[in-house]
Ligand binder design. Structure first.
Ligand SMILES: [Zn+2]
Length: 365
């Protein structure tokens, strides 16, 4: 089929949903409930036919679909989710693959997962095959290269003055965050999953990974309030909003098993966002920070250790470890100094453990 204009939300420097637009996508195949593009298959997990012709690739978002909109709008909303997800996934993957001159393993994205009877799911996650899952068990085998699963939406939000079902596949930030986990798994491999059996991977994510995924979502959106559409009721300063324009520092870092890695990760994401927003002070465009981050992730992934002992795994959780890798691959002294300055203002230093950074920051506070 080749290059085809498909419907997707285009976010122009604001939070989702952005404006409805047409995005060119290299379509390899259209199946009744899936589209195949290079390195990516996006399928509706419920299997009902949604795509019968090219027009269905330009479906109306139908206010997110769902039981209240009626079957026609709901089918359109599901078809829209497929093209929207493919367009924003491909956007991040294109950026990563161009920067690193590599091709990531193919990614499968399933929309409308984890529905039990009338019980709908409003979330998204990145899954690797594991012997057990902490929540939402899998009924079908998970691709060893990893899969993104998105629910069909459970809660309603406001959009253009009317109710809109928050379908995760309609939200560019949610999709980009989950696809970024695929980038983390195959580029940085924070958890050294490559040393584990393919069917017994870990799905536990660290704060540095969650923060990196939020940052990549913000970089693709060009805006820090990535979850402003569906979390607009949460104050901007609340860590649960995960707005990257926050002033949180390592004094706010919790760490440990009962801390939410997303909330802790927002410290790292916000520090990177700071660096991006002020990159011009170092004479660089904002995107240069994205480039150093991606090359830093690749540097971390080149670690040829065969040891996945506690020490090796622990060091890969530290913001200071990824910062070291980024400074190593930075090609410009002014950019390096800029990154160090922005990070130290948050209490983050190359090579430091998170606990050391937190204790030092709290002593100074
Ligand atoms: Zn995540």
């Amino acid at each position: 089929m080749g290059l085809t204009a498909v419907a997707a939300y285009v976010v122009g420097g604001g939070p989702p949903p952005g404006g409805l637009g047409l995005v060119p996508l290299d379509i390899q195949q259209v199946r009744p409930s899936a589209i195949v593009v290079p390195g990516l298959i996006v399928a509706d997990a419920r299997g009902e036919p949604l795509l019968s012709g090219e027009d269905d690739l330009r479906s109306d978002p139908g206010r997110g679909g769902g039981p209240l909109t009626g079957p026609t709008l709901d089918a359109g909303a599901r078809a829209f989710a497929l093209t929207n997800v493919a367009a924003c996934a491909r956007r991040l993957l294109d950026r990563v693959e161009a920067e690193l001159d590599t091709t990531l393993p193919p990614l499968r994205i399933l929309v409308g997962c984890h529905e039990v009877g009338p019980q709908r799911w409003g979330g998204g996650h990145y899954r690797l095959p594991a012997s057990s899952y902490s929540e939402l068990p899998e009924v079908a085998p998970v691709d060893p290269a990893g899969e993104v699963h998105l629910g069909s939406g459970r809660l309603y939000v406001e959009h253009a003055g009317s109710r809109y079902l928050h379908a995760p596949g309609h939200n560019v930030a949610v999709v980009t965050h989950e696809v970024a986990h695929h980038v983390c798994r195959h580029v940085a491999d924070f958890r050294l999953n490559r040393l584990r059996p393919p069917q017994d991977q870990t799905n536990r994510r660290t704060a540095v990974e969650e923060g990196t995924c939020d940052y990549l979502a913000a970089a693709m959106l060009g805006h820090p309030d990535i979850y402003g559409w569906h979390r607009g009721h949460i104050p901007l300063s609340d860590p649960r909003r995960r707005c990257l324009a926050s002033h949180r520092t390592m004094t706010d870092f919790r760490g440990g098993h009962d801390a939410d890695p997303h909330a802790d990760g927002s410290i790292w994401a916000s520090a990177l966002w700071d660096a991006r927003s002020h990159a011009d002070r170092a004479g660089h465009p904002a995107e240069s920070v994205d480039g150093v981050l991606l090359r830093g992730l690749a540097r971390l992934g080149q670690d040829d250790t065969n040891d996945r002992g506690p020490e090796a795994r622990r060091a890969r959780k530290y913001y200071g470890t990824l910062l070291s890798a980024m400074l190593e691959v930075s090609r410009d002294d002014a950019l390096t100094a800029h990154l160090e300055g922005v990070m130290s203002a948050r209490g983050i230093y190359a090579g430091w453990s998170n606990a050391r950074a937190r204790e030092a920051a709290r002593r100074c506070a």
